[in-house]
Design a protein around this ligand. Structure first.
Ligand code: KIV
Ligand code: ZN
Length: 529
């Protein structure tokens, strides 16, 4: 059981489960493994790795995270149903420290409209599901979904049933981000007073009203000793409580909260960048803790104050959260050793083939740009994902542009069959022309819904990152491309999407060949990219 002490807050990271549920944030297996490794280095106590019954892909990724994780607990989510629990346990049974997380909605709205279950039926399902989970796993968390909108006396009955059946952690989610800090604090205070000290209380907050972090901190004041959160606050709708904000608030205001976490805070910024890159979801410049401007001082009077004494306008030391940007590290003549060392310092351990690929990419970049900064290297490291690339590779791209009229010619090679396709298209500008030529070459109809470019490092020759959103089959796909040339970055982002769409189609045809029954009365699960 995780050791709960009065002043220790367990950090339960759900980036790979609730975070992945946010549109466009789906991840491949190697991407999930990379994030899980970074989360362990960050020092999170529990990694919620996924929802194994949702799909074959979810099951496999939870199993792989469970197999690779040594210190942190690995948690799998299950609805209060036998099949879900069996599947979740199957995925984590070999983890060094497994946890089952069972949930069941309890509010009147959910009971009546979603589940069509009466109060006694909810109590019975809670009891049997938690008891079943306890027969296989001694660490069981129970979540009454939509707890903050559940009738208080009924919520108390459900929680009592879960505890009697053997739950060791009780999570009280603010599923729709409706609670206020005062309400959420008193909810925790009343359960803390009523439950045995051995039961850990957990907070799980969504950000629909922008209160997720405030509510999580209020829960700590009410007695919560576990906080469920995600890196960069990604998650359903407006997202979940942001891990980096919760952790730094507890640390910076220890005078007020009197608690600590095990988080290795200098790993916050690198982990945030990895999640932003992998999920193709850049954080806002003004985002607390990890935004580009979080430690920038623009006004002259502020700059003057910070130079005289940093504490005038800085409540945290940027180094404590891992913000130490702009280091000149590598160049054209840097060899494998230099690349390996610097990658290690950034938290990446490379295999020999990975090191070869990264060193080659650093040299290619150094040919195009004078200085290769940490951010450039990180961007390269995060692009080294052989399993997540393909089936198409871009062999060449030629673009001619005269104002708004542009044409692009692209040649794609299919990695497995070696088939090549060359297509040309015109467009309103070079990015549009490249987008049309690429989708034509891949025979796909994609609707462009968003396009952003930003630089990932400094200087006139900085690398540009393009993020493109498209809609296909009712799903939003997000692609990322990196280059010193913006049009090429946009083309690579389009190719990233084409490959994701293609891989998803291949996976779906595999799933369709081996369908698995899902109860008709349970909520539908959408297969994601
Ligand atoms: O928001 C929520 O209620 C959840 C539960 C599954 C814990 O994510
Ligand atoms: Zn949630």
């Amino acid at each position: 059981m995780p050791t709960e002490s009065r002043d220790h807050i367990l950090i339960f990271d759900t980036t790979l489960r609730d975070g992945e549920q946010s549109p466009g944030c789906s991840m491949t297996l190697p991407e999930k493994l990379r994030i899980a490794r970074m989360l362990e280095e960050l020092g999170v106590d529990i990694i919620e790795a996924g929802f194994p019954i949702a799909s074959e892909g979810d099951f496999e990724s939870v199993r792989a995270v469970a197999a690779q994780t040594e210190r942190a607990r690995v948690c799998a989510l299950a609805r209060a149903a036998d099949d879900d629990i069996d599947r979740a346990w199957e995925a984590i049974r070999h983890a060094a420290r497994p946890r089952l997380h069972v949930f069941l909605a309890t509010s009147a709205l959910h009971r009546e409209h979603k589940l069509r279950l009466s109060r006694p039926e909810i109590l019975e399902r809670t009891r049997t599901a938690v008891a079943l989970a306890r027969t296989v796993c001694d660490d069981v968390e129970f979540s009454p979904e939509d707890a903050s909108r559940t009738e208080p006396e009924f919520l108390a009955e459900v929680v009592a049933s879960a505890v009697e059946a053997g739950a060791t952690t009780i999570n009280l989610p603010d599923t729709v981000g409706y609670a206020t800090p005062a309400e959420y604090r008193s909810l925790f205070a009343s359960f803390r007073a009523a439950l045995p000290a051995a039961i850990t209380l957990s907070a799980h907050c969504h950000d629909d009203l922008g209160l997720a972090v405030a509510n999580s901190l209020a829960a700590v004041e009410g007695g919560a000793r576990q906080i469920e959160c995600t890196i960069n606050g990604i998650g359903e709708r407006a997202g979940n409580a942001a891990l980096e904000e919760v952790v730094m608030a507890l640390r910076t205001r220890r005078d007020r909260f009197g608690v600590q976490t095990s988080i290795n805070t200098p790993r916050l910024a690198p982990t945030s960048r990895a999640v932003a890159t992998i999920t193709r979801s850049p954080v806002a410049r003004t985002k607390a803790i990890v935004g580009e401007n979080a430690f920038a001082h623009e006004a002259g009077i502020h700059q003057h104050g910070v130079l005289a004494c940093a504490a005038t306008y800085e409540i945290m030391n940027p180094r404590d959260v891992g913000v130490d940007r702009g280091t000149l590290v590598l160049g054209k003549h840097s060899g494998r050793h230099a690349v390996r060392d610097r990658a290690r310092q950034l938290g990446y351990t490379l295999t020999e083939p990975e090191l070869d690929a990264v060193t080659a990419a650093v040299k290619r970049l150094a040919d195009r740009k004078k200085s290769v900064f940490d951010e450039d290297l990180e961007a390269i490291l995060l692009s080294q994902d052989p399993l997540a690339s393909g089936p198409w590779r871009m062999e060449s791209l030629r673009v001619t542009s005269g104002g708004a009229d542009a044409t692009a010619t692209v040649r794609l090679v299919h990695i497995e069959t070696e088939r090549t396709v060359t297509e040309a298209a015109a467009g309103d500008g070079p990015v549009h022309a490249a987008f049309r030529a690429l989708t034509r070459a891949a025979s796909l109809q994609l609707r462009l819904v968003g396009f952003q470019v930003r630089s990932v490092s400094t200087g006139e020759d900085a690398q540009g990152e393009a993020i493109i959103d498209v809609r296909h089959d009712g799903i939003v796909f997000r692609g990322r491309g990196l280059s010193t040339d913006i049009v090429e970055a946009a083309a690579l982002a389009t190719l990233d999407i084409i490959n994701r769409v293609q891989r998803r189609a291949d996976n779906l045809s595999l799933v369709r060949r081996a369908p698995r029954a899902i109860d008709a009365d349970r909520p539908t699960i959408t297969l994601r990219d």
